[in-house]
Design a protein around this ligand. Structure first.
Ligand code: ADP
Ligand code: MG
Length: 571
């Protein structure tokens, strides 16, 4: 097990964070930067990721435009393939290259192996979440949990420490816009509604800004450079730089050496004011307000019913974005110090809670399937029913199944079937040192405790001696929706069959108990005729127990029971 960190695998930029000295810290990558561009470049037989990929992409743009892979997150969970040199890469394979680099950089920085909490957009389907898990597996990264980006962002803002509230998270990144409404109460966070636009973000702002610069360059040098990939590249990079500058300044100077054919260059210089920029991008910003109206409608809330508006994502640094959101929501939105790092920071907080370093946040979560243990004859004994809200703690008392057994094996299962056979074994352990006693005399309390992070601790305690033994299970929640649905469906489908098996196990168990009483009786002086009757009834029961007919066992058991009772009474 390694250090648990948080990773935000973004469409355009990715980021990792770790909880250190009481706060989440963004982990610098190998270039010393907190954000790693989600870009992969195939250069010869080398694969470059992040900033190095961006540099390489710029230098090889003209020769090899097809060898740069960007925004792969949009393709996660689809059957899209990226073809490079005749090789087809799946989206998880490309994402894995980014994740691997993040993992290596984090391990280098922390000096120890890492495991991660990954974030995904709230609207991600099971297939997209699974693809993200697959990417991590390929990258050699153990994922302890996948949480929603808006939830992580809300954690970073500490909203879980507030009593009851509705929180809106507006996340405008490089490639996508996600707007969510969360419900926060009793330290628990739940996504109520989510909407967005997966094709709207900083890249689009850069594109329209680049077009403006292109028009001005045309006017200045008299040449249309829009067909020249090298010029487009230079201008779009200048556009992003100018856009970032205009978030803190009211005007900025753009200065680019543009190729004008052959070896000639033209020094293009222009000043852009924030006002001009805002006017330019106003239609885009207006488009980003649409999902805001949508989530309000979907969650049946008016703007004033939202207790807090959180702004997340690099593009929320643009003052015009804040202004539009403020106008629409009628309140001042909150921004953290790090709008583009706060999802990773929230994931790191969650990771710390999972690792037990922090007790704070809770995601409103439920046990996806029933948890319990195996009892006599393979019967599943549920302790925590499915959909129980966690954290939760429940105890049930069991007894031994055989005479004089001095240990019990506790087998922990998850599932909806009545027989453990159809369920999933999560783990098992032994409680030893029980007092020698007839079956049914020893009492063992089995406690299931699921903490806020979803970790299950199962403890068995011998009530006579106080001896305890336990096991901790971490992977119980790693179920896709399909797995949960299948488990529930199977349980319904096999209910009859399972019920019959359960009855069979129960009748055998009762029969064993009866047979256990025979020893005592046989020590008494019994007339020969009665002894014969007893032997016969016993034989008949043992024969029935070899079969599969619960009713038969029960009948034979009743006969023996009658004999036993009569004889206890007589002798
Ligand atoms: P994602 O989660 O989509 O990968 P981020 O949240 O990291 O993206 O946002 C990246 C976007 O934010 C890029 O388009 C980048 O240019 C933009 N950005 C970063 N800093 C600023 C800034 N100071 N002003 C305006 N835009 C910025
Ligand atoms: Mg993001």
């Amino acid at each position: 097990m390694g250090k648990l960190i948080g990773i935000d695998l973004g469409t355009t930029k990715s980021c990792a964070a770790v909880y250190q000295n009481g706060a989440p810290v963004l982990i610098p990558n190998r270039e010393g930067s907190r954000m790693t561009p989600s870009v992969v470049v195939f250069a010869g037989n080398k694969r470059l990721v992040g900033q190095a990929a961006v540099r390489q992409a710029e230098s090889q743009a003209q020769r090899d435009p097809g060898r740069t892979v960007r925004s792969i997150k949009r393709e996660m969970g689809t059957s899209a393939r990226v073809r490079i040199d005749g090789h087809l890469y799946s989206p998880p394979e490309i994402s894995a290259m980014i994740l691997r680099q993040l993992r290596e950089d984090a391990e280098e920085y922390l000096g120890e192996p890492v495991e991660a909490v990954l974030t995904v957009p709230a609207y991600f389907t099971d297939a997209q979440r699974q693809a993200t898990r697959d990417a991590a597996t390929i990258a050699g990264l153990t994922v302890r949990q996948i949480i929603n980006e808006p939830t992580a962002a809300a954690l970073a803002f500490g909203v879980n420490h507030e009593p009851v509230s509705r929180v809106m998270v507006y996340d405008l990144g490089g490639g996508a816009l996600d707007v969510s409404v969360l419900d926060v109460r009793d330290k628990q966070i739940k996504v109520l509604a989510t909407a967005g636009n997966s094709r709207l973000g900083g890249d689009d702002i850069d594109r329209v800004f680049c077009e403006l610069l292109m028009r001005r360059a045309f006017a200045a040098c008299g040449r249309d450079l829009s067909g020249d990939p090298r010029a487009v590249q230079l201008l779009s990079r200048a556009a992003e730089k100018a856009k970032i500058a205009l978030s803190s300044e009211t005007e900025t100077k753009v200065s680019v050496q543009l190729p004008t054919g052959g070896k000639d260059f033209f020094l293009f210089e222009t000043v852009v004011t924030r006002q001009e920029f805002e006017q330019l991008i106003r239609p885009l910003i207006e488009m980003t307000m649409e999902p805001v109206r949508q989530v309000l409608a979907d969650s049946h809330l008016r703007p004033e019913e939202i207790g807090k508006v959180l702004m997340v994502g690099g593009c929320t640094r643009i003052p015009a974005v804040r202004n539009s959101l403020r106008l629409l929501m009628g309140q001042e939105p909150f921004t953290g110090d790090d709008p583009d790092g706060c999802v990773a920071a929230g994931a790191a907080l969650w990771a710390a809670a999972l690792a037990g370093e922090l007790n704070g946040p809770t995601l409103l979560d439920v046990a996806p399937l029933t948890l319990g243990i195996e009892t006599m004859g393979g019967v599943f004994s549920p302790i925590i029913p499915r959909n129980t809200t966690i954290p939760v703690r429940k105890t049930a008392v069991y007894t031994t199944a055989a005479n004089f057994q001095t240990s019990v094996e506790i087998k922990v299962y998850q599932g909806e079937r009545q027989m453990t056979r159809g369920n999933r074994l999560l783990g098992c352990f032994k409680l030893t040192g029980l007092k020698r006693a007839p079956r049914g005399m020893v009492q063992i309390a089995v406690t299931f405790a699921i903490d806020a992070s979803g970790m299950v601790q199962v403890t068995a305690r011998d009530l006579a001696t106080g001896r305890t033994q336990d096991i901790v299970i971490t992977a119980y929640g790693n179920l896709s929706r399909q797995e949960v649905e299948r488990a529930v469906r199977d349980a319904q489908m096999y209910a009859r069959e399972d019920h019959a098996r359960k009855q069979l196990a129960a009748s055998r168990d009762a029969a064993e108990a009866l047979l256990g009483q025979l020893g005592e009786l046989r020590r008494r002086e019994l007339p020969r005729e009665d002894r014969r009757k007893l032997d016969e009834a016993e034989k008949r029961l043992r024969r029935a127990m070899k079969g599969q007919d619960a009713e038969n066992i029960r009948r034979a058991g009743d006969l023996l029971s009658d004999e036993i009772n009569r004889m206890f009474y007589l002798y």
